[in-house]
Design a protein around this ligand. Sequence first.
Ligand code: PEP
Ligand code: MG
Length: 318
Amino acid sequence: EREKLSRLKNTPAVTLDGQKIELLANIEQPDDVVGALKAGAAGVGLFRSEFLFMGRNGRLPDEEEQYRAYRRAVEGMQGLPVTIRTVDVGADKPLDRSAARGDDHLNPSLGLRAIRWSLADPAMFLEQLRAILRAAAHGPVNLLIPMLAHASEIRQTLALVNRARDQLTVADVPFGEVRLGAMIEVPAAALTIPLFLRHFDFLSIGTNDLIQYTLAIDRADEAVSHLYDPLHPAVLQLVASTIAQARAQGKGVSVCGEMAGDVTLTRLLLGLGLRSFSMHPSRILAVKQQILRSDTGKLAAWAQTVLQSDDPAALLVD
Ligand code: PEP
Ligand code: MG
């Protein structure tokens, strides 16, 4: 079976009715691009940059170290696009597990994580933004912002991106242009998509967190893991409406949470209009196999019945 799948590596990801589907890789370190290319990925859809920051006893990578890491990933992808997400530490990805701060009674998932953490220290965030812009001089780069929920966060973030560009210009340091994207992973964001479409070039749906926050289920808590349900109708509605609104405006939209790599959900996501999936490289060929067997024309009507159902899982069995 694995051998059969590996033969699909160079087969274009196109549905029976001729829809081209973009299959991208999620990576954590620059060297992961090797696996991404091996799996036939069309690019990196999610470079989780926080892995450069974690487990270092609080000594964070400076602009140069980050620039070298991002450039390595960009050059490694040989002209294919690399989507670099700014730091998403906190909650399930603590900077340093040993650095207990006596605030265990608080909920880190609802605390200072991701873009909130970055905006709390603009000098540090600017270092990361400059490093990413500089890496963009070496190949196509998309800049992706995690956990946005408020218009004020969008404004501050975009102002800092502009400031980083200005700083590089003044210092005469070469940099490249980037496409700007927002993660949709908080229900508040999924419910205000027009705001995001006004400010960003593309959206990327982080279903891992979107499920967690929609259902009030800690994604890391095994005591409630049986309630962590990608097929809850509320989750599906948010995913579906995000895809539909982005497509209606001709903007790119991708799913980069675990749902994208789950072969039991491929046809449903295609039916909801998704044409770009980002996943662990090991999932790409199996998802491609599903795509090659799918007819999006037929799936669209079926997906609407799944959306209306009280029990979507029952409709997913082949
Ligand atoms: C997500 O939330 O779905 C996502 C892709 O981001 P992470 O898993 O890194 O939080
Ligand atoms: Mg997330």
